[in-house]
Design a protein around this ligand. Sequence first.
Ligand code: PGA
Length: 261
Amino acid sequence: MFPINEWGTSMSAAAFENVENEELALHRTANDAATDLANRIANIVRDKPDAVLGLATGGTMEPVYEALIAMNRDGLSFAGVRSFNLDEYLGLDPTHPMSYRATMHRIFFDHVDILPENTHLPNGTATDLTAESAAYENAIRQTGGIDLQILGIGRNGHIGFNEPGSTVNSRTRVVTLAPDTISANSRFFNRTEEQPVQAITMGLGTILEARQIAILATGKSKARALDNAMRGPVTPDCPASFLQDHKSVSWIADNEAADLL
Ligand code: PGA
């Protein structure tokens, strides 16, 4: 049964009967939903100043980082935090402005007191990508594991770059992006020839090992994916549906993304 916030409409418990420690937080606006996620991240960091955060890129997350930057100005410190991003494009140098490494610096890292050496993203230009993937898994393990993994959701139900067909036990690896993902992300690229069609991503197995997960969906383009993820069968056809089996997941949505729930 989902605890819901004060304006949320009541939801059928039967649809979620296998759920133990799950929560759905509904918000009127995308900004309110992003602020909710930022507050949850801040609470983790206050409780555990050396928390390990699993971070995400994507348009949905930009207001989350804006809120965290404001909190940092007001005294919330990230100086002890370690971070691991979900994914990185293959073949983009970390200095390329559209690489997720450069993006994270632009939208978050450069504006807060997190130590650059404590921030991790897979290296999409590594010569040995199998070794790079294994090293990324190992680096996460060395920290003791991710305390909170934040996630967006793709219109096709992907999390990280785990596209439909990804298996529940998948680990960090090279993947080919789905046509819908390439089309959704083309807005970030000036020229189509620059846009990578492959990436290196944490696997579903990697993500599901996080102690807590918070997934944020905003806007009407996410309504179908959110409904499938929360209420559909648990299936590789909708990778986010595997979150239904995680022991501590918060689904955070705005009005538009929650439209079909
Ligand atoms: P978006 O991406 O926030 O840019 O919509 C989310 C995702 O693909 O996970």
